[in-house]
Design a protein around this ligand. Structure first.
Ligand SMILES: *Cc1c(COP(=O)(O)O)cnc(C)c1O
Length: 394
């Protein structure tokens, strides 16, 4: 057997430190490493594997589509693309969709759409207000949109047209709004930024401000969308509707696909404005359609709500038991735990030894984003491991 970690050091660009684990197989909420050891997966491909690993419904849809038609270009009509478009539109407040391949690409498209809206309807306004501590992806423009200096420093000068302001602060948005503003782009929960949940009034205030100013509200639901927070889309629980919404992560349950969705009035692209070679290809869309249909038909969001509350209750129990745990927050199956010192890496490593995969969010915080089909039994197992690991560290 090859030493995969040695191959990585030799051939792969060093853009981040990996957990020392080579995963070769997955099924449901479990994965196996190259030595045959089994792990419970509370990372799920970074909130991507919504149906768990290799769900039979997804695998069958992919196999069938792979045997039928994989790629045609968007010069032609293809069936899975239109089935996925229909199910997304019919189950959301948005009217139109365009497919791409990732979250960053969806957000790029959303900003292009907002700029075009600005050029047509707002006297050429082009600026997009985003939040500090946000995460919108890794392309150059989304690096400018992402209000975190650590991602921006190496890449100045950044593309113009983005203003990063404090999150959960309507006044900051009001102050930053000018004649040049065409849109405000926000996450409903700052996920990569720490699973930061704003005051509920914030989002309704932002919506009202956009309406008052005639500017667009773009919701980046790349992480919160497709059931993750307990409803098919996160906005359903926030009392607001976006003008533009982006999706990716959980949409294909592991197959790369993203989407830009828009209300009719905001859907201002005309032929030639936007495009993609792979975006919306039959294979990716067959995956997306199978995933979304499965989630709707089987009321998976109910499980997300129940399992999510069960998990948050369990984490809150750990907070009550251990002084090192100072905060527990989350919605649905997106949760974080914060410690009073930088022990997240030690906890992660000890959990790995115990057969549980988790994500380090910050030196002092962990994130959990298990598959949406997670059971209370799996959650008990994860909580048991966390309990043991934290008690050993205290
Ligand atoms: C992950 C993420 C992105 C970027 O998605 P990629 O597929 O990695 O480009 C954008 N926005 C949010 C909210 C995300 O969580």
């Amino acid at each position: 057997m090859s030493d995969w970690q040695e191959l990585e050091r030799k051939y792969f660009m060093y853009t981040g430190d990996r957990v020392p684990l080579t995963i070769v197989k997955g099924e449901g909420a479990r994965v196996w490493d190259d030595k045959g050891r089994k792990y419970l997966d509370f990372v799920a491909g970074w909130a991507v594997d919504s149906l768990g690993h290799c769900h039979p419904v997804l695998v069958e849809a992919l196999a069938k589509q792979a045997n039928t038609l994989i790629q045609t270009s968007n010069q032609f009509y293809t069936v899975p693309q239109l089935q996925l478009a229909e199910i997304l539109v019919n189950n959301s407040c948005l009217d139109k969709v365009y497919f791409c391949n990732s979250g960053a690409e969806a957000n790029e498209g959303a900003v292009k759409l907002a700029r075009r809206y600005g050029s047509l309807k707002l006297n050429g306004a082009y600026e997009v207000i985003t939040a500090m501590n946000s995460f919108h992806g890794r392309t150059l423009a989304m690096t400018a949109a992402t209000g975190q200096e650590k991602f921006q420093n190496s890449y100045v000068p950044l593309p113009v047209g983005f203003k990063n302001v404090a999150y959960d602060n309507i006044e900051a948005i009001k102050e930053a709004t000018t004649e040049q503003t065409c849109a405000i782009m926000l996450e409903l929960i700052e996920a990569e930024g720490g699973v930061i949940i704003p005051e509920s009034k914030y989002l309704t205030d932002v919506r009202a401000w956009c309406d008052q100013k005639g500017i667009l509200l773009i919701l980046d639901e790349v992480q919160t969308g497709i059931g993750r927070t307990g409803t098919l889309f996160g906005y359903e629980q926030c009392g607001i509707e976006p003008d533009i919404m982006t999706l990716a992560k959980g949409l294909g349950s592991g197959v790369p696909i993203g989407a830009i969705m828009a209300k009719g009035e905001a859907s201002v692209f005309v032929p030639g404005n936007h495009g993609s070679t792979f975006g919306g290809n039959p294979l990716a869309c067959a995956a997306g359609y199978a995933v979304v249909k499965y989630i709707i038909d089987n009321n998976i969001t109910e499980n997300v709500k129940k399992a999510g509350n069960y998990f948050l209750d369990g984490l809150t129990g750990l907070k009550q038991k251990y002084d090192v745990v100072i905060d527990v927050r989350g919605r649905g199956l997106l949760a974080a735990v914060e410690f009073n010192n930088d022990i997240a890496k030690s906890v992660l490593t000890a959990c790995l030894d115990e057969g549980l995969l988790i994500n380090q969010l910050k030196p002092n915080a962990l994130r959990f984003m298990p598959p949406l089909i997670i059971t209370n039994g799996d959650i008990d197992e994860a909580l048991g491991i966390l309990d043991k690991v934290i008690s050993n560290l205290e």
